[in-house]
Design a protein around this ligand. Structure first.
Ligand code: FAD
Ligand code: NAP
Length: 456
């Protein structure tokens, strides 16, 4: 029972705020320690798994198998889940501190970055964040509507989120109907009139942030052809050096795939996915809603692997009725925790949350709120492990919490009237979703209203 927290002889009590990959990997690392730890995980939603449930694309079901690993962690006798508890709202950080020797924030990056160009707030200029959450059935976004009545849509950014958004717009209903896409999204996409999706990258084909499996998929869609202008693949000397660099093997793969697209020509399918390079949005124009995007042509400057886009002053117009910016996510503050602008992260050193250059006693962070919105699910494992190592190094100097009965939090939540969802209750929701899905040939039919989840 000794964990090294001063002279206290009891399990270390740790709260984890957020049940996405980084939260679960932190729990796994803590529960593997040689001393006893009680881990309580909070999520503002009744459902666990963060972006694995509400971010990962519905047509990429294998990625979601990682939840099996998280379920194993959740089955540990020293682990408890408290879903439907928003920290900073239902329970304050100060209140949590009474029950826990340490709090690890794993609350991700729930909002989006802006482009900062005129017209960005016009109607039908939207974010990947909200579109992704909507088609994945996130309760906060279920009532959003997306005007899919236009023929041309634009997606700004060339990361894998932009790939997901574009692919969902380019796929047919046949290609999507057997996935766990939200029912409301499938119904809306069935009526979509979008014929062209334009993907806008500010840098060149050697720098695009997407990965090979994701770009390759556009060559395999039922009713959509990828379109690449061969002239865009005539890259400069520094980009050629980048492509020859063995450290950039994944960019080289992207480039090879883009070459095959350019060689195929425009194709004969009814939809087109048109990839633009070296262009930045300068302005969105329209009478009340987006009608056209003004793009500035860019050139690259800087050393190989550090090349940046620089405007040339030459502009062009792209008529469009719908635009999604997909230029990265951003963290949101939680009351009582230091927050850092402009990165939208919690300021930290090795996962210790910092204020005025000093570590804040007992507060730690992992995942996207720690390092910013980058990295795949697996990236979070070593990142969470590193924060847990910092916490373990700090054990001798941590202030023990005031309430040492690990069961006291349950009574506290009940007294506050917080109707939390434990893991057993989530498993019931899970089972009913799977059962609903089986009836319609989907892996699951998600509940999109919190009240419906709670009713289960
Ligand atoms: C659209 C999209 C698709 C992706 N697809 C893939 C993919 O296919 N493969 C892959 O490997 N990676 C993918 N990723 C990346 C991967 O999802 C992230 O690396 C990972 O989810 C980050 O984990 P996290 O725990 O930091 O944050 P999250 O997964 O966002 O988890 C944060 C959790 O914190 C909770 N929370 C937030 N605020 C509070 C609060 N105040 N109180 C309580 N709980 C709170 C949230 O509800 C959420 O459950 C994708 C990312 C996005 C955005
Ligand atoms: N299938 C998967 O494995 C999968 C799916 C989704 C997400 N993810 C992961 O989740 C993480 C986040 O993905 P993401 O797509 O949100 O982010 P990302 O990979 O960082 O891509 C962001 C894109 O936005 C561009 N951008 C940023 N600011 C811009 C601006 N002001 N104007 C124009 N373009 C701008 C970037 O261009 P520059 O390169 O020029 O900066 C880049 O193309 C990534 O690590 C990603 O791999 C993985």
């Amino acid at each position: 029972m000794i964990h090294g927290l001063g002279t206290v002889q009891r399990p270390l009590q740790v709260a984890i705020v957020g049940s996405g990959p980084s939260g679960f990997y932190a729990a796994e690392a803590l529960l593997a320690k040689e001393f006893k730890v009680k881990v309580d995980m909070f999520d503002r939603l009744p459902t666990p798994f963060g972006l694995v449930r509400y971010g990962v694309a519905p047509d990429h079901p294998k990625i979601k198998n990682v939840t099996k690993v998280f379920e194993k962690t959740a089955s540990h006798e020293q682990f408890s889940f408290f879903g439907h508890v928003a920290v900073g709202k239902d329970v304050s950080v100060e209140e949590l501190k009474k029950f826990y020797d340490a709090i690890i924030f794993a609350c991700g990056a729930e909002t989006d970055k802006k482009l900062g160009v005129p017209g960005e707030d016009l109607k039908n200029s939207l974010t990947a964040t909200e579109f992704v959450a909507w088609y994945n059935g996130h309760p906060d976004y279920r009532d959003r509507t997306f005007d899919l009545s236009h023929e041309t849509a634009v997606v700004v950014g060339q990361g894998n989120v932009a790939m997901d958004v574009s692919r969902i717009l380019c796929k047919t209903v046949e290609e999507l109907k057997a996935t766990d896409i939200a029912e409301h999204a499938l119904a809306a996409l069935a009526k979509s009139r979008i014929k062209e999706v334009h993907l806008i990258g500010r840098r060149g084909p050697a720098q695009a942030a997407f990965t090979a499996p994701e770009i390759r998929e556009f060559g395999e869609l039922a009713e959509c052809d990828p379109v690449v202008d061969p002239r865009d693949l005539e890259v400069g000397e520094n980009s050629q050096k980048e492509l020859a660099d063995p450290n950039n093997a994944s960019k080289k793969k992207n480039f090879e795939i883009l070459k095959t697209f350019a060689e195929r020509g425009a194709g004969t399918k009814s939809k087109k996915f048109i990839i633009h390079f070296l262009k930045s949005p300068k302005e969105l124009r329209g009478n009340g809603q987006v009608e056209k995007l003004i793009l500035e042509k860019n050139e690259l400057s800087g050393e190989p692997n550090q090349q940046k886009a620089r405007g040339t002053g030459v502009t062009e117009e792209l008529p469009c009725g719908l635009l999604f910016r997909s230029v990265g996510y951003r963290g949101v503050p939680i009351a009582g925790v230091p927050f850092q602008e402009p990165s939208g992260t919690f300021p930290n050193k090795d996962g210790r949350i910092m204020k005025d250059e000093k570590a804040v006693q007992g507060l730690y962070c992992v995942g996207w709120i720690k390092r910013g919105p980058s990295g795949v699910i697996g990236t979070n494992k070593p990142d969470s492990g590193a924060t847990v190592d910092s916490l373990c190094q700090d054990l001798p100097s941590l202030t023990p919490c005031a309430v040492t009965d690990p069961a006291a939090i349950v009574q506290f939540l009940k007294t506050k009237g917080v109707n939390y969802v434990d893991f057993a209750r989530w498993k019931k929701i899970d089972a009913v979703e799977i059962e609903r899905g089986t009836k319609v040939g989907k892996p699951r039919e998600k509940f999109v209203k919190v009240n419906d989840m709670l009713a289960v």
